[in-house]
Write a protein that binds this ligand. Structure first.
Ligand code: GLP
Length: 258
């Protein structure tokens, strides 16, 4: 696991975009895994700037979402399908039809989960997965206690996550769905390269568990310790509780990719 502590959120974004861009330069048909939430937003914006400047093209890429709320009407502005359309697809040159989410509609969620796993497998698996982390250590919607071998499935959101995500629903926690469909921890661990982005003090405890804690299903993000290729991009605040922070690479100045 490579831990990089950047000087600020903008630099985290540039480094995240560098990772994606390098991957796509090596393989223009790369299959990307996209996270929603606020953490990757600046990375997506930076990718958009590089595409607009003609320095990068995602035209031949495909992408899969990590998760989706259940029970929101189709087209709801906070459904992850809509969020990724607004925050990623419109900024870059990827074909929206090649950005796939676990949209169940009226389909039974367990059949939908199985079908989603098959779609990912048919694409050859996810080459690079962008991840955020919940304040409680969740990844995608795998809440504390999720099995490390879990696959795409319907599950329940923790109350902490519903409260955290209420900010996207006009601060109305009652508007946040209780149920969701998510790639499992086991699904996520099969991606070739995991790039986790965490910024702000609110993430410091989860980051400490990820980097220094024991591997435990009580903190799903610690599963990443078992993956051979993980890049963790942090700002100072997110890294603030690390006892080992001196040992990690600190990026003080601009990188050439910026
Ligand atoms: C959400 C998403 C996760 C995301 C996490 C952190 O609930 N399902 O994929 O990584 O919470 O969100 P944020 O980046 O907004 O802090």
């Amino acid at each position: 696991m490579e831990i990089i502590i950047a000087s600020d959120r903008e630099q985290v974004a540039r480094l995240g975009a560098d990772s994606v861009a390098q991957h796509v330069l090596d393989d223009p048909e790369a299959v990307l895994g996209l996270a929603t939430g606020s953490s990757p937003l600046r990375v997506y914006q930076e990718l958009g700037r590089r595409v607009a400047a003609g320095r990068l093209s995602l035209r031949r890429c495909r992408a899969f979402l990590l998760d989706e709320y259940l029970g929101l009407p189709s087209g709801h502005p906070q459904s992850y399908r809509e969020v990724i359309e607004r925050d990623f697809v419109r900024l870059v040159d990827i074909d929206g039809a090649n950005v796939i989410g676990p949209d169940c509609g009226s389909v039974d969620a367990s059949a939908c989960g199985l079908a989603y796993e098959e779609q990912i497998a048919a694409a050859g698996g996810i080459d690079m997965q962008i991840l955020g982390v919940g304040a409680n250590g969740h990844i995608a919607f795998n809440e504390p206690g999720s099995s490390f071998s879990s696959r795409t499935r319907e599950t329940t959101l923790a109350e902490r996550t519903r409260r955290d995500n209420a900010r996207f629903f006009g601060d109305d926690v009652d508007a946040v769905p209780h149920r969701c469909i998510t790639q499992g921890v086991g699904t996520i661990l099969e991606a070739g390269h995991l790039v986790l982005i965490a910024t702000g003090e609110r993430k410091a405890r989860a980051v400490r568990e990820l980097v220094e804690g024991p591997v435990t299903e009580r903190v799903p993000v610690t599963a990443l310790q078992q993956h051979p290729q993980v890049t963790v991009l942090l700002d100072d605040a997110a890294a603030s509780l690390l006892q080992t922070r001196e040992g990690h690479r600190e990026v003080i100045t601009d990188t050439p990719g910026g």
